[in-house]
Design a protein around this ligand. Structure first.
Ligand code: GFB
Length: 327
């Protein structure tokens, strides 16, 4: 097994911790996790700071003076969103990470954790994908814009570490799901889209649900609250240049995912594949031996994670329905 140097423990106690992107699925999970630490959590709304505007970011960071930053702010989406909005995915993500990383350096942030993505690896990287497979081959075309921006973020952290001695680290989450996901059928990722579609089919009594692509691509899914726990673990225990994969090390086909979600939702209809829609990467499975060697593994099973997410989703629909009734 790989050995990874555990850094002398970095304490969050008494620190001012900025979660950039706290309204998003990953950012809000990080806030939930940090509530168990003895730190002050800082957040900024979009009205307070447009993270794409350098002057606004620098001004806010200079005033807020965070000691620690979790950089979870990003323009994200599923395969269709990535494929059809390449400028948003490249521009927004490059500029957000550049502004925050540079501002963090200027005010002397003690620790910054940058969030990347498993799509940084080559489309046909050997599986499971080790951190070392970065930049060894061509990217998956449906999300290369997002991937290029995230690779730049890793390199920014490494460059500021080398040139300025900043303790900036990068974590690469695998495909995520959980509370606060984007359940939009066009823009969302597969996990949220299938949960929403399968729930709607159950409620409407529809006999079948359409899945995009062939159903055979393989993906790894991590419950977002487990991701947040892994990120806090890394903030405390890791301080080095290489980025670190955060996943479960297990995978399912898209078809198996649909069947698992149907079991959670209680849907008994069938699935039809729409092969006019893209498959994307044939397989994306993380090698998580660096995290495992440091002593962290994801605690929540796929079924339990989806059961919790489904309960959250039904509650959110009911709350939205009740609010519509009031207004
Ligand atoms: O999560 P997802 O949209 O993106 O999953 P990626 C796409 C896979 O799920 C493809 C299939 O194989 C699709 O054909 N699929 C089946 C569906 N039904 C659906 C559906 O209703 N909606 C969606 N969205 N897909 C993402 C990147 O790639 O990986 C992100 O787009 C990020 O930027 C993430 O990097 C980690 O897994 O292909």
């Amino acid at each position: 097994m790989e050995t990874v140097a555990i850094a002398p423990s970095f304490s969050l106690a008494g620190k001012r911790v900025w979660v950039a992107g706290h309204r998003g699925m990953a950012g809000s999970a990080i806030v939930r996790r940090l509530e168990r630490e003895e730190c002050a959590i800082l957040t900024a709304t979009r009205q307070q700071v447009d993270l794409r505007r350098q002057a606004e970011v620098e001004e806010w960071v200079a005033e807020a003076r965070p000691d620690v930053v979790f950089l979870a702010a990003a323009t994200v989406g599923g395969i269709h969103a990535n494929n059809t909005r390449p400028a948003d995915f490249l521009y927004d993500n490059l500029v957000i990470e550049t502004n925050i990383i540079h501002a963090a350096h200027r005010v002397g942030v003690q620790k910054l954790v940058f969030l990347g993505s498993s799509c940084i690896y080559p489309r046909l990287a050997p599986q499971p994908m080790t951190e070392d497979s970065l930049l060894t081959g061509p990217l998956e075309p449906t999300n290369e814009w997002y991937a290029v921006a995230k690779i730049a973020g890793i390199k920014l952290c490494q460059a500021y570490r080398r040139q300025h001695g900043c303790d900036f680290i990068s974590a690469m989450p695998t495909n995520l799901f959980g509370f606060g996901d984007n359940f939009d059928l066009q823009q969302g990722h597969v996990a949220a889209a299938l949960l929403a579609k399968i729930h709607a089919a159950k409620v409407e009594g529809a006999p079948e649900v359409v899945l995009w692509g062939t159903g055979s691509p393989r993906r790894e899914f991590l419950f977002v609250d487990d991701l947040a726990d892994g990120l806090v673990f890394l903030a405390k225990n890791y301080s080095d240049e290489p980025h670190v994969n955060v996943g479960t090390g297990t995978e399912v086909t898209i078809r198996e995912l649909a069947e698992l979600i149907a079991g959670v939702v209680g849907y008994t209809g069938t699935f039809r594949q729409d092969t006019s829609k893209p498959d994307g990467s044939p397989r994306k499975l993380m090698d998580v031996s660096r995290m495992t060697a440091m002593g962290w593994t994801a605690p929540t099973s796929l079924r339990e994670g989806f059961a919790q997410t489904y309960r959250w989703y039904v509650d959110a629909l009911e709350t939205a329905g009740a609010l519509r009734g009031v207004n």
